[in-house]
Design a protein around this ligand. Structure first.
Ligand code: ADP
Ligand code: MG
Length: 740
C-alpha cells in the first residue's frame, strides 16, 4: 500500500446540544449550557444550590446549539470526511453521549421532512451524487455496504438473514481488524442503501423489544466502502479504496445509577466495559507516556482501532442534554470529548489495496470477455472456468443479489430442431440407399452420426457463449460507470454547484473563525508586552492584571482537579460495586460446585477445559455429552403424582384409561431393595438342645408327654451363630443391578 499525505492530524471533536424537550419544560427544568459558535466554546454552569464554582468552559473544533440544522451540521462536519472517503481515505464519524441527547437524531434523524434526515442518509446521497458526476469508462466505482451491532460484547450482523448469529473479529496484515463472515452488499443507488439501512434497523428493533428498552444498549456501525479504479491514458490503472464508518454508540450514562442487577447488570457492565475501554484508549493515546494502547479490551475499541490513533480521518460528535438535572453527565461528556481532541491520526490514501473487490470484478470481467472472444473466433472449446479463487470471491458477492435470472433455454430447442431435421434426412437417405450394399449404408450412417454430434457440440457451445455473456452483463451492471453512460443530469449538476458554493462558504467561515482566534492570540500577546511599558505604574497594573488572570486560571485548575478526583472516585466505587456483585455471583457458583459436584469430577472437568482467547469462553471437549446438555432429551416429570411419572405418560393414561401401557409408568429407575440375607442363610440354625429335647418329647407319641423340661426353658429360644455354621457368608448372594 502506498501512502500519500502522511502528516498527522487530530481527531475533530464537535459538540451538539439538543433543545429542552416538552417534558423538561413542563417540569420547570432550565438550560445550563451556553454555546458560542464563533469560538467553539461551551460553558456549563452548575445548577443553583451547588457550590459557587466558576462555570466550566471548554473549547472544541465546532459547536452546534439547540437551533442547529441537520443540513448545516452535515455540510460542516460530515461532508469533509465523506469527500475524503471518495478520495480513498478511511473515515469515521461517531456520536457519543448520554441516552436521549440526540445521537440517533444526529446519525440517522427522521425520514421526513427532508431537513430532519441525519448524517447516514445524507452520506448516501453525497456518495452517489459524487460518483455519478465523475463515473465514466475510464473511472469505475464499486460501492459496498454493511451494518452491524455490538451488543453484550457480541457482534451481530444486521444484514444477515439470521441476525442472532454472532460474528468474530479477525485480524490480518492486509486489511487489519475485520469481522469474519460479515454480509456486505454491492449497492448501486441511494435507494438500495436506504433499503439496507431499513432492513438492518428492523433487525435491531427485535433486540429492542426483547430487552424492553431502546437501542441505547448497543453500538451500531454502518459501513460504506467505496472502491474506484482510474485508467490513465497510458493504460495504467490504479485502485483506491475508502471506508466510511458511521457509528451510533450506546448511551454513556452510568448504568449503576439505574439500579441494574442480575442479567441487566451483566449487560450494563459490558456496555460500560466497551465505553470505559474507549475512554482508556483515549487516555492512553493522549497522555503520550503509554506505549501500549488497550484496544483489545473490548470489541468496540478493536473495531475503532484505526479510527483512534490510526490511518483514519475521524470526527467525534459529543451530544449533550441542555437541562440542569443532567449536569454530571454533561460534564462527563465534555471531559471525554475534551480529551479526545488530542488524539493524533495519520490518515493516508489506500492505494491498490490487496483486498479490493473491484480488482476481482475486473479480472472476472476480463476473463469472461476473453472467453467470449475465443468462442467467437475459433468456435472451439473456450477457456475453462478461471482460477478457482477468483471465481469464488465474485460468487460471494453475486450470491447475495436478490434477483437470480434464469438462463433461457433457446439452445435446447435449436438442438431438437437440428436433430429432427437430421432424422428426417436420415429417413430419406435410407430409402435412397435401400438398393446399395450394406457396407456402404453403414458407412453413410456413421458419417451422419458424426455430423449430428458435431452440430450438437456447436449448439452447446452457443449456449455457453450466451451464459458467459449473461454473466458479463451481470458483473458490468455492478460497476458504476462501466457501461459508458455518464449519468449526470441537470439536477445533480445543480446540486454539485450548490455544494461547491456551500463548501466555499464553509471555507470562508473557517477562515473567519481562524481570524477571530488569531485576534484573541494577539490580544494575549499584547497583554504580555504591556509588561514592557515604561512607567512602573503601568508595569504594576499589567502584573496585577496578569496575576488576576493567572489566579483565575489557578482556581479553575484547582476545581478541575477536585472534579476529576470526585469523578475518579465515583468511577472507582462503580467498579468496586461491580466487582462485589461479580464476586457474590462467583461465590454462589463456587459454593454450588463445592457442595454438589464431586471434587474428582470437578478436577477432571477443569483439566479438560481450554480458554479460547478469541471467543473469550471456556471450551470443554465433548460438552454436548454433559449432564445438562443431555438432560434436555429426557422426558419431563409431571408433578404431584404418587410416583414420578412423565407428563407424556400421564396424559396418555388419562386419554385412554383402558390402555394398561402407561398405568405403572415410573420415570425414575428404581431398583429393588434386596435384603441383606436370604432365607437360605438361616439353614444352618442349631436348635437349643433343651428345645430339641422338648420337641422330640412332644412328637414322641409312644411315651407320655412330660412338660418337666418346659419349666427350664430360657427366655431365648434358639441362638444363631453365623460364625459357627461358616456357611452363611458363602451363600450370601450378590444381586446385580439391572443395566439401565
Ligand atoms: P439518543 O440516540 O442519544 O438516545 P435520540 O436521538 O433518540 O437520542 O434523541 C432523543 C429525542 O430527542 C428524540 O425524540 C429526538 O427527536 C430529540 N432530539 C434529539 N436531538 C435533537 C435536536 N437537535 N433537535 C430536536 N430534537 C432533537
Ligand atoms: Mg439512540
Amino acid at each position: 500500500m502506498a501512502s500519500k499525505g502522511k502528516s498527522s492530524e487530530s481527531v475533530k471533536v464537535i459538540v451538539r446540544c439538543r433543545p429542552l424537550n416538552s417534558t423538561e419544560e413542563a417540569n420547570g427544568n432550565y438550560r445550563i449550557v451556553e454555546m458560542e459558535g464563533r469560538t467553539g466554546a461551551v460553558t456549563l454552569t452548575r445548577p443553583a444550590g451547588g457550590s459557587s464554582e466558576d462555570p466550566k468552559v471548554f473549547s472544541f473544533d465546532k459547536v452546534y446549539d439547540w437551533n442547529s440544522q441537520q443540513a448545516t451540521l452535515y455540510a460542516e462536519t460530515a461532508a469533509p470526511i465523506v469527500d475524503s472517503v471518495l478520495q480513498g481515505f478511511n473515515g469515521t464519524i461517531f456520536a457519543y453521549g448520554q441516552t436521549g441527547t440526540g445521537k440517533s437524531h444526529t446519525m440517522e434523524g427522521k425520514e421526513a421532512p427532508e431537513e430532519l434526515r441525519g448524517i447516514i442518509p445524507r452520506a448516501f446521497h453525497h456518495i452517489f451524487d459524487a460518483i455519478t458526476a465523475v463515473a465514466n469508462p475510464g473511472k469505475e466505482f464499486l460501492v459496498r455496504a454493511s451494518y452491524l451491532e455490538i451488543y453484550n460484547e457480541e457482534i451481530r450482523d444486521l444484514l444477515a438473514k439470521n441476525a442472532t448469529h454472532r460474528l468474530e473479529l479477525k485480524e490480518n496484515t492486509d486489511s487489519g481488524v475485520y469481522v469474519k463472515d460479515l454480509t456486505s452488499y454491492v449497492v448501486k443507488s441511494v435507494r438500495e442503501c436506504d433499503k439496507l439501512r431499513e432492513f438492518g434497523h428492523k433487525n435491531r428493533k427485535t433486540g429492542e423489544t426483547l430487552m424492553n428498552k431502546d437501542s441505547s444498549r448497543s453500538h451500531a456501525i454502518f459501513t460504506i466502502t467505496v472502491e474506484q479504479c482510474e485508467t490513465m491514458p497510458d493504460g495504467h490503472a490504479s485502485i483506491r479504496m475508502g471506508k466510511l464508518n458511521m457509528v451510533d454508540l450506546a448511551g454513556s450514562e452510568r448504568q449503576s445509577k439505574t439500579g441494574a442487577t442480575g442479567e441487566r447488570l451483566k449487560e450494563a457492565t459490558r456496555i460500560n466495559l466497551s465505553l470505559s475501554a474507549l475512554g482508556n484508549c483515549i487516555s492512553a493515546l493522549v497522555d503520550g507516556k503509554s506505549s501500549h494502547i488497550p484496544y483489545r479490551d473490548s470489541k468496540l475499541t478493536r473495531m475503532l482501532q484505526d479510527s483512534l490513533g490510526g490511518n483514519t480521518k475521524t470526527v467525534m460528535i459529543a451530544n449533550l442534554g441542555p437541562a440542569d438535572y443532567n449536569y454530571e453527565e454533561s460534564l462527563s461528556t465534555l471531559r471525554y470529548a475534551n480529551r479526545a481532541k488530542n488524539i493524533q491520526n495519520k490518515p493516508k490514501i489506500n492505494e491498490d489495496p490487496k483486498d479490493a473487490m473491484l480488482r476481482e470484478f475486473q479480472e472476472e470481467i476480463a476473463r469472461l470477455r476473453d472467453q467470449l472472444n475465443a468462442a467467437g473466433t475459433s468456435g472451439g472449446p473456450g477457456g475453462g472456468p478461471g482460477g478457482g479463487h477468483r471465481e469464488l470471491v465474485v460468487e460471494k458477492v453475486v450470491e447475495k443479489e436478490v434477483v437470480v435470472e434464469r438462463v433461457v433455454g433457446v439452445s435446447q430447442e435449436e438442438v431438437d430442431r437440428i436433430r429432427r431435421e437430421l432424422e428426417a434426412a436420415k429417413e430419406a437417405e435410407k430409402q435412397a440407399l435401400l438398393d446399395e450394399n450394406l457396407a456402404q449404408r453403414e458407412e453413410a450412417l456413421r458419417a451422419q452420426a458424426a455430423l449430428l454430434e458435431q452440430q450438437e457440440r456447436m449448439a452447446s457451445e452457443a449456449e455457453r457463449v450466451a451464459e458467459t455473456e449473461r454473466k458479463l452483463r451481470d458483473l458490468e451492471a455492478k460497476l458504476i460507470g462501466s457501461d459508458g453512460t455518464n449519468i449526470i443530469d441537470e439536477h445533480a449538476r445543480q446540486q454539485q454547484e450548490l455544494e461547491r458554493y456551500q463548501a466555499e462558504l464553509r471555507r470562508r467561515e473557517d477562515a473567519e473563525r481562524e481570524a477571530a482566534r488569531a485576534l484573541q492570540e494577539q490580544q494575549d500577546a499584547m497583554l504580555a508586552k504591556e509588561e514592557k511599558y515604561g512607567s512602573l505604574q503601568e508595569e504594576a497594573d499589567a502584573k496585577g492584571r496578569k496575576l488576576k488572570k493567572l489566579y483565575a486560571k489557578y482556581k479553575a485548575a484547582q476545581s478541575e482537579i477536585a472534579d476529576l478526583q470526585a469523578e475518579f472516585q465515583t468511577e472507582r466505587e462503580d467498579m468496586l460495586e461491580t466487582v462485589r456483585e461479580l464476586t457474590r455471583q462467583l461465590k454462589l457458583k463456587a459454593a454450588t460446585i463445592d457442595l454438589f459436584v464431586p471434587p474428582e469430577e470437578q478436577a477432571k472437568i477443569e483439566s479438560r477445559a481450554e480458554w479460547d482467547d478469541e471467543a473469550e469462553e471456556w471450551h470443554i471437549a465433548r460438552a454436548e455429552l454433559a449432564g445438562n446438555a443431555v438432560a434436555n432429551g429426557r422426558p419431563q416429570a409431571s408433578r404431584h403424582g404418587r410416583r414420578p411419572v412423565s407428563v407424556h405418560a400421564k396424559i396418555a393414561s388419562i386419554l385412554n384409561p383402558s390402555n394398561p401401557r402407561y398405568k405403572g409408568e415410573n420415570v425414575l429407575a428404581l431398583e429393588l431393595e434386596m435384603p441383606e440375607r436370604t432365607t437360605q442363610d438361616y439353614e444352618g440354625v442349631q436348635l437349643n438342645p433343651t428345645i430339641k429335647q422338648a420337641i422330640d418329647a412332644a412328637l414322641d407319641d409312644s411315651e407320655e408327654l412330660s412338660l418337666e423340661g418346659a419349666q427350664n426353658l430360657p427366655s431365648m429360644y434358639f441362638s444363631y451363630d453365623p460364625e459357627g455354621t461358616g456357611r452363611a457368608k458363602g451363600r450370601k448372594k450378590s444381586i446385580k443391578k439391572p443395566a439401565r
